[in-house]
Design a protein around this ligand. Structure first.
Ligand code: CS2
Ligand code: MN
Length: 387
């Protein structure tokens, strides 16, 4: 595996030298300063690439080249935004950048209700509690008609949860759920999110899937011609939130996407953390079925504590049998002769004095620990299997 870490750019408190010293060779980044939908110019790409190279590293994966909301809704200026996307792909190709991650989740990226769950050893992790989320949705945000999306028992449980919260805790829940896109520090306001949600009133799973397939039918040929690989990131969590459509959550979803646009350039970011939050997803089977389309690896673990709670856990300890997954991936790579880029997706926030966490989930020490463990796992398994 090519060992990489995410870097949010020059504003990231984690420096490139820190990442290099953590042992990574590749950088996963994006031009977060460019508004979603605008073209990434060769000049801007080169400038970032230079900074990375000057630190002895290589920009191996783009995460993300974000998809404009109008493309997801196939409305407004979406045709222009698709053209822009194609130009950005072209420009990235001219700079030699071949792997591009994106997602197709409406409005929000990943969602957690608690960004500071405290583990026994004092380290902190991200957690999703459905009762907290339902409480937020129905009783705090008061999304119109949200009460119809939940059963009476679910709403009662949510209310019980909410009644225990102080006003500050409620405000924090609000802020956690409405975190903006990765790489930005903006949180949506209630007014903003309610008006954004209205735009999706007419869009169900089928329509959203059609829009994704339309988008892919236009951009995949460009990627293919440039020998680039597109890697869609699974929905996180892999089920509907705020009544929004979700189409990259299950094995059946993946199959539908790959069948509709068969080019291998139309591929997957295999994110074990996101996929494992739905216990019905069989992570090994996804490697068996779609191995040739896995272009990028996010290795991370989760623990499902109960029907309504999952939390992120140590990379090697959780519902994902990481040793099994890494073994399968190593065998796959031995067959394809492609060394896939991998990053420890998220890490715990540990109590290290000098650490200032810039972006939730992206502490340096937590990811460093994850990377070191995953690297050891890879080496041990590779040795055993004689790879
Ligand atoms: C990432 C995702 O920060 C993360 O957890 O795995 O946010 C990912 O970057 C995007 O969904 C990909 O577009
Ligand atoms: Mn991920």
């Amino acid at each position: 595996m090519q060992q990489t870490m995410r870097w949010f750019g020059p504003n990231d408190n984690v420096k490139l030298i820190d990442i290099r010293q953590a042992g990574a060779t590749g950088i996963v980044t994006a031009l977060h300063q460019i508004p979603v939908g605008d073209v990434w110019t060769i000049e801007a790409i080169k400038e970032r690439q230079e900074i990375i190279r000057n630190n002895g590293l290589e920009w191996t994966v783009v995460e993300s080249l974000p998809v404009h909301e109008e493309i997801k809704r196939a409305s407004g200026n979406y045709l222009q935004y698709i053209e822009n996307y194609k130009i950005s792909l072209q420009n990235l190709a001219k700079c030699g950048i071949k792997i591009i991650t994106y997602n197709f989740m409406p409005i929000l990226d990943w969602v957690r209700t608690n960004h500071n769950f405290i583990n026994e050893d004092g380290s902190r992790a991200l957690l999703y509690n459905q009762d907290a989320f339902t409480y937020f949705d129905v009783f705090l945000l008061k999304r119109p008609n949200s009460e119809n999306d939940y059963s009476e028992t679910e709403k009662e449980k949510a209310l019980q949860f909410g009644n225990q919260l102080s006003e500050d805790e409620k405000a924090l829940l609000f802020k956690n759920v409405l975190l903006g896109l990765p790489g930005s520090k903006i949180h949506f306001t209630a007014e903003q999110i309610l008006s954004l949600l209205e735009n999706y009133a007419e869009i169900d799973n089928q329509k959203l899937r059609e829009n994704l397939i339309y988008f892919l039918s236009k951009v995949t040929p460009i990627a293919e011609k440039n020998e680039q690989k597109l890697a869609i990131h699974p929905d996180d969590p892999p089920f509907s939130v705020l009544g929004l459509p979700r189409i990259v959550s299950t094995e059946a979803d993946l199959k539908a996407i790959f069948t509709a646009v068969p080019s291998i350039a139309n591929g997957l970011c295999y994110c074990t953390g996101s996929l494992s939050a739905d216990p019905k997803n069989n992570l090994e089977k996804i490697i068996d079925d779609f191995g040739d389309r896995i272009h990028f690896l996010h290795l991370r673990n989760t623990i499902r504590e109960s029907e309504s709670i999952f939390r992120e856990s140590e990379h090697l300890d959780g519902d994902v049998k990481m040793e099994l997954i890494v073994e399968k991936l190593l065998l796959l790579m031995d067959k394809t002769k492609i060394s896939l880029p991998m990053r420890p997706d998220h890490g715990f926030l540990h109590q290290v004095d000098e650490e200032i966490e810039t972006y939730p989930g992206y502490s340096l020490t937590g990811r460093l620990k994850g990377l070191a463990e995953l690297r050891g796992l890879e080496m041990g398994i590779g040795y055993k299997l004689n790879l």
